[in-house]
Design a protein around this ligand. Structure first.
Ligand code: URA
Length: 233
């Protein structure tokens, strides 16, 4: 059982205060009866709730894979820049946030969700969730530099920062996997071996590969199987 205004809010259609207004205005029916009291308790799995005649399905948690474009910030609100949650358009709801951050000039896979407990687990430092980046570098890495990145380089943190894996694609491209998540970590690690990141794209997160059909700025819902992978990560 839950309050009707909370239910409406959690379908993602509105804020709690909008929900109360709509209910008081008679826009909401429960099992075909107009209900005007926001505190009415409903059975969220059984009752048919309609907003202006259209039925609403209750979903507590939502999960989106966004291909973050450059120039957009990983935040829920910003005075200057467009935020990643704004890219959700009509699917935006007030409780969705990015699970982790990508720099403004980084592209690629960002998970947008309202599942706080899952995000917390995925981002906890001890979890070692894999994040793989396609790195475009200023110049090629020597074998020695690549080895250093894998054993750990000083970037001014308590401990050296290390890559969990490096795969060479060509002279100036590598796939670099991190299990840590320090601020600007890839850029600072490459700087530590006298190189420079020219472009950065996250191509996988927690065992899920960025859907290549998504152009920068596009998103899709995760499948149930993908959500399960994240829960198992
Ligand atoms: N490392 C960086 O330097 N930037 C990112 O956006 C992600 C990882």
């Amino acid at each position: 059982m839950m309050r009707l205004d909370k239910f409406l809010c959690e379908t993602g259609k509105c804020t709690r205060s909008q929900a109360r207004d709509w209910i008081r205005q008679g826009m909401v029916t429960v099992d075909e009866q107009t209900v005007r009291s926001p505190e009415t308790r409903i059975r969220e799995d059984e009752d048919l709730v309609c907003l202006q005649g259209r039925s609403l399905a209750y979903r507590k948690y939502v999960y989106y894979m966004l291909n973050k474009p450059r120039g957009v910030v990983s935040a829920t609100a910003d005075n200057r820049d467009k935020t990643v949650v704004e890219l959700l358009g009509e699917n935006m709801r007030p409780d969705i946030f990015p699970a982790g951050r990508l720099d403004k000039d980084t592209e690629g896979f960002l998970l947008l969700t309202n599942d706080g407990p899952l995000a917390h687990r995925l981002l906890a430092p001890g979890r070692h969730v894999d994040k793989t980046y396609m790195v475009t570098m200023e110049h090629a890495l020597t074998r020695e530099e690549s080895g250093l990145l894998e054993t750990g380089v000083e970037i001014g943190e308590k401990r050296p920062a290390r890559a969990a894996g490096i795969q060479t694609i060509d002279e100036t491209h590598i796939l670099l996997t991190l299990q840590e998540g320090k601020f600007h970590q890839v850029k600072r690690m490459l700087q530590a071996v006298n190189n420079r990141v020219l472009a950065l794209k996250r191509v996988s997160f927690g065992g899920i590969i960025l859907d290549e059909r998504l152009k920068p700025g596009e998103y899709r819902e995760l499948t149930e199987a993908e959500v399960k992978i994240l829960y198992d990560a």
